[in-house]
Design a protein around this ligand. Structure first.
Ligand code: SF4
Ligand code: SF4
Length: 718
């Protein structure tokens, strides 16, 4: 690895942290100020500071110099001098969220980590899996997300959409790897909760035991606060428990992960609704100082067509909840599901498992506009769900109080609008009736606002709470909100991210600390050496295939469909990672080799250099002379050139691009370099070559040979 350069932000942050850890600042008020300084410096080093942070830093540092604590006063003075002499560097951290020296490594995370709503350090946990260190991988994930197994099974994996390996062939199966590690860690033992901070005495009430609420509870408990979660349902999990079917997310997965949150001292009150069994006032009287409203979006939008009130028209959210709670009644034999999202697909696949003879899903746009996960759609079709596109329902047909069909119009798609969306336009005269004895609607969810009115919060026109996207503050002292109740129906991992942000906002509120003004840059949790492998092997590793339960079995059981990766499969998959936490894809290596050395040995299309052809790590070995110019110019140390025993190697983030035997000096026997490199040098120093009489010589021996040939005398060794 390249030597890390220094950065005043990083250095002073470390000094303050160690002064606090070693308790060298004794005076209580001086310590409080030092704690504030640490928060401010961490914000700056993590790219989450606002313009007022520098003024705050200066003010707190100055007040520290005035306290009766020599060490504290000294630190305060150091900060004031640094701000004076290197203020621009602090400023640039705030404005660009970049650290020019590269020392503040959190300011340049890999794309997959940046894309993860919960900010998991993906490259590090993938690397740990590649090394067979599964428990450590899970511990690392749980520093940012308490639900590795849940996310490993149901996450929409935005990380994979930006995975750089996808530019080479296909993305790393990040989600599947997470599930593998979590299952393995639990089968071999248990999760270890991160260390908990000492009790603060503050009490927080979390309203809603879904992914957002549970995540906030986890992080708040780790901060030492006393957390109570109130939940309307009789169990924890929220939409994970009652919205996602068991065949995708078994109940025991949620139960086991929730148990580790409970172990932190989090208390649960089930069958308790805010605004019914308890109110904000009654909870305040119990001593709660902060509240996190995370009640989810458990109601469905209506189709708004005639006939919708017939009893065989069900909303998908309610239908899925009933099935999750144990109901196994078929709503009909021929069922139409209206919608194109994941809830619609989940409902359709559940209907198949309940034994419905015909399940048809209607969507008003085409397949390519379907918001549902492509893999889930494929699995649904394998299980026998029929998909009908470009169809708009206009009336539920009924006879004698029972559904007999759905009158629909066919549609075509309009030209894309300003946002690129293509609207479905009904085709005149395309009226037709689709026979059915039940209809399940899944056209979107909304928040149930009943019971929340007394909170006196601001609501958007979509009936969601208006809350700050960074701190989750909902505009009233001590009240925070997040998850679906703010975002509208979101994914599990988005809710987890919201819970994590809220925990930070609540913790700062309770401690009277300044709130961040910029979104957090995810934290790099480890710095692991890359796994070494030959370029040809790295290229040959193809994305793993998740083994699935056979479609026939799936149609009759709620058994989990994804059977999980095997150990060998998981480790191979992990080795596909390009370690973008180390290589920042600046492309300097490509430019140096091509333009300065005029060799053009690096075919790294994914670094995005103009005119670069697709990536092929194997091509380097055909041309590379192992001169080391690329490694010498690599700003992060991702490209390394190393002599090992008899060989010289060129390695990029663990991928061995070139290796060649080292030639020895025929004079003294010292290693000289690989023959290709020597040829390259020899061509450029051809005049001298004659003097060596065709022998390979090191620099010292060459000098002596030249001197001897020029003088005609023997020059002594040494
Ligand atoms: S290749 Fe690895 S580090 Fe790079 S984006 Fe994909 S998972 Fe992340
Ligand atoms: S070591 Fe190889 S790849 Fe790197 S600059 Fe030299 S010739 Fe190009």
């Amino acid at each position: 690895m390249a030597q890390e350069s220094t950065c005043p932000v990083r250095e002073i942050r470390q000094e303050v942290a160690s002064a606090l850890a070693q308790e060298s600042i004794k005076e209580p008020r001086a310590r409080m100020r030092a704690e504030k300084l640490l928060v401010l410096l961490e914000d700056i080093a993590q790219g989450r500071a606002g313009s007022e942070h520098l003024a705050d830093l200066k003010a707190v540092a100055r007040s520290l110099t005035e306290r009766q604590d020599a060490h504290g006063a000294d630190l305060g003075q150091r900060i004031l001098s640094l701000l004076e002499s290197q203020g621009e560097i602090f400023q640039s951290h705030i404005l660009t969220r970049n650290c020019a020296s590269g020392a503040c490594d959190m300011l340049a995370p890999a794309p997959c980590q940046m894309a993860c709503p919960s900010g998991i350090d993906v490259p590090s946990y993938v690397a740990l899996i590649g090394q067979g260190r599964y428990q450590e991988a899970v511990n690392l994930i749980r520093q940012d997300n308490p639900f590795p197994w849940v996310c490993g099974l149901v996450c929409t994996h935005p990380c994979e959409f930006v995975c750089v390996r996808g530019q080479v062939d296909s993305p790393v199966a990040i989600k599947e790897l997470k599930a593998f590690a979590a299952e393995k860690a639990l089968s071999e033992g248990r999760y270890l909760n991160p260390p908990k901070e000492p009790a603060t005495g503050h009490m927080v009430c979390v309203v809603g035991a879904g992914p957002a609420g549970l995540t906030a509870a986890y992080f708040l408990a780790l901060k030492g606060h006393k957390v109570t979660v109130i939940e309307a349902l009789p169990m924890a999990g929220g939409m994970m428990m009652v919205g996602i079917p068991r065949f995708r997310l078994p109940r025991e997965v949620i139960d086991r992960e929730v148990a580790f949150i409970e172990e932190l001292g989090v208390e649960f009150r089930f069958n308790t609704r805010l605004g019914v069994e308890v109110t904000l006032q009654s909870l305040r009287k119990e001593g709660f100082e902060a509240f996190f409203i995370a009640v989810g979006a458990h109601a469905s939008h209506r189709l708004a067509v005639p006939g919708e009130d017939l009893p065989q028209v069900l909303d998908a959210v309610r239908f899925l909840r009933d099935v999750a709670m144990g109901a196994r009644k078929r709503p009909g034999e021929r069922v139409l599901v209206v919608g194109g999202g994941n809830v619609a697909i989940d409902a359709a696949r559940t209907l198949v498992r309940l034994g419905c003879r015909e399940v048809t899903l209607l969507y008003r746009r085409s397949r390519s506009e379907m918001p549902a996960n492509v893999e889930e759609v494929r699995q649904a079709e394998e299980e026998g769900v029929r998909l009908v596109f470009l169809t708009i329902p206009v009336e539920v047909m009924g006879e004698k109080g029972r559904v007999v069909g759905l009158r629909c119009l066919r549609a075509r798609l309009s030209e894309p609008d300003a946002r690129g969306r293509r609207r479905p336009v009904p085709i005149e005269g395309s009226d037709h009736i689709m026979a059915a004895d039940a209809v399940v609607t899944a056209i979107g969810q909304r928040v149930l606002t009943e019971g929340l009115e007394h909170l006196d919060l601001r609501w958007s026109s979509w009936d969601t709470i208006v809350a700050d996207t960074i701190t989750a503050g909902a505009g009233r002292e001590g009240i925070f909100a997040g998850g679906d109740v703010v975002l509208g129906p979101a994914t599990v991992v988005e809710a987890i991210g919201a819970g994590k942000r809220a925990a930070e906002g609540i913790d700062r509120f309770l401690k009277g600390l300044p709130q961040p003004t910029m979104p957090a840059v995810p934290v790099r949790r480890a710095r692991l050496e890359p796994w070494e492998m030959a370029a040809s092997l790295k290229m040959d590793l193809k994305r793993c295939e998740m083994p699935l339960l056979g479609p026939e079995r799936r149609r009759i059981t709620f058994q989990q469909v994804e059977l999980g990766l095997g150990e060998e499969q998981a480790r191979r998959e992990a080795h596909r990672c390009l370690r973008c936490d180390i290589c920042k894809r600046c492309g300097r290596c490509v430019v140096v080799c091509r333009d300065r050395m005029e060799i053009d040995a690096l075919k790294l299309g994914y670094v995005g250099q103009p005119g670069e052809s697709p990536t092929d790590f194997r091509m380097t070995s055909e041309r590379c002379i192992l001169c080391g110019a690329c490694a010498a110019n690599c700003p992060t140390g991702a490209m390394q050139m190393e002599d090992r025993g008899e060989e010289r190697l060129l390695i990029l983030g663990g991928t061995i691009l070139q290796r060649e035997r080292l030639e020895r000096c025929q004079g003294c026997g010292d290693y000289l370099g690989p023959s290709r490199y020597l040829d390259f040098v020899r061509k450029r120093t051809s005049g001298l070559a004659q003097a060596f009489a065709g022998r390979l010589l090191c620099e010292k021996c060459a000098r002596r040979a030249t001197a001897e040939s020029k003088s005609g005398m023997s020059v002594p060794q040494g």
